[in-house]
Design a protein around this ligand. Structure first.
Ligand SMILES: Cc1ncc(COP(=O)(O)O)c(C=O)c1O
Length: 378
């Protein structure tokens, strides 16, 4: 893609390879797991499925404005490969408090027992610089965070890491490159649970990494060693899905902004967390670094509403783990993404059973509101 191409055009066309007219406009799907070892190129698809990977990864690199990208078999495959490639036992990393529960579980269940050391940053700008040590190698954040939608100032955070020679790494799952391109703000490395918006139809498990050629080349051998490579069929589904990413994300963001406003004015709701609301503590920073505020929001039910009854009364919006699909879903982070945290840790983060995380889809917004309104009546 040329530098002047719009992000909408990049979704549809970036990465595509045209050659043999017998295959038409779409990328043929390479399913072989056995290759002639005497030829140059692909030896075995766990190293890389050359054609479908090149196209999907090329699209993601173009969207993130990165030199290179890799697609992985899951978001956790990407995060695991990053940590295992960039920090060694004895090394130190700084992580934002309240990262996705699976990331915290990886750190506590595998990386800390291996001897890697982590310090949690509470998100307060003044507190960050003091957390770096001599052996700090990595800083990992999310923005907006899951499920509380907190916002990190990306340009400022990346500059603090860069001054200290620390790699800055962001989970950009909630925003997607349509709304936020962290590399443009100075971040070194971006990951996605592509299971969410990039896949977008709740039928694909995969992850993605984007960054400099140097960093991606350091991480790729560990993607291969961990077996976190994605197969050809799923790569082709990912390529097809990303073609509609911009229209899906924009529609979901419009719907979410409308619902956030209506919920915020509703007395049956205690608190709404959505960076597009003027009262959100990260609103101004989000407005600077995101083109819209995204399709995710969370809200706390008033004490008079039983959370289980609310979920039972919903008809259109389905209770479900995961997010970022074309259909709207709701979940209780205390019982899903953050279930593995201790009760004390959940309480400290403000995640209780009354907190609902809404992944707003692309349905008609009045239908979504009618469903929420009915479920809130009791
Ligand atoms: C913000 C975020 N990051 C990472 C992950 C992990 O991705 P995956 O489930 O594709 O391994 C998830 C999954 O829910 C997520 O929500």
């Amino acid at each position: 893609m040329t530098r002047t191409s719009s992000i909408d055009t990049a979704c549809v066309h970036a990465g595509e390879q045209h050659g043999d007219s017998r295959f038409g406009l779409n990328t043929p799907i390479v399913t072989s797991t056995a290759f002639d070892y005497r030829q140059e190129g692909v030896r075995y698809p766990r190293y890389v499925n050359a054609l479908n990977h090149e196209v999907a990864a090329g699209k993601i690199a173009a969207l993130e404005g990165a030199e290179a990208a890799r697609v992985t078999a899951s978001g956790m495959g990407a995060i695991s490969a990053v940590f295992l490639s960039l920090i060694q036992p004895g090394d130190h990393a700084v992580i934002l408090d309240g990262l996705y529960g699976g990331t915290t579980d990886l750190i506590e269940g595998l990386l800390e027992p291996m001897g890697m050391r982590f310090t949690t940053w509470n998100g307060e700008p003044d507190a960050l610089a003091g957390l770096f040590e001599e052996h700090t190698r990595l800083l990992m954040v999310e923005s907006p965070t899951n499920p509380l939608l907190s916002i990190v100032d990306l340009a400022w955070t990346a500059s603090i890491a860069r001054e200290r020679g620390v790699v800055s790494f962001i989970d950009n799952t909630f925003a997607t490159p349509i709304l936020q391109r962290p590399i443009e703000h100075g971040f070194d490395l971006v990951m996605h649970s592509a299971t969410k918006y990039l896949g977008g139809h709740s039928d694909l498990l995969c992850g993605a990494l984007a960054g400099s050629c140097e960093l991606i080349d350091r991480i790729h051998p560990n993607i291969v060693r961990l077996g976190a490579t994605l197969n050809g069929q799923d790569l082709a589904v990912l390529e097809r899905s990303i073609k509609t990413l911009a229209v899906r994300v924009e529609r979901a963001s419009e719907n979410a902004a409308e619902l956030a406003g209506r919920l915020d004015r509703d007395s049956r709701i205690k608190e709404v967390r959505y960076p597009g609301l003027a009262g959100h503590p990260g609103h101004e920073v989000a407005a600077r670094q995101m083109s819209r505020f995204g399709g995710m929001l969370s809200f706390s039910l008033d004490d008079s509403i039983d959370p289980d009854g609310f979920l039972d009364r919903l008809e259109l919006i389905r209770p479900a783990v995961s997010l970022g699909g074309v259909e709207s879903t709701v979940s209780q982070p205390s019982k899903t993404s953050h279930a593995k945290l201790t009760a004390e840790k959940r309480e400290a983060l403000g995640i209780d059973d009354r907190l609902m995380r809404l992944s707003v889809g692309i349905e008609g917004v009045d239908d979504l509101w009618a469903d929420l309104d009915r479920a809130l009546r009791h």
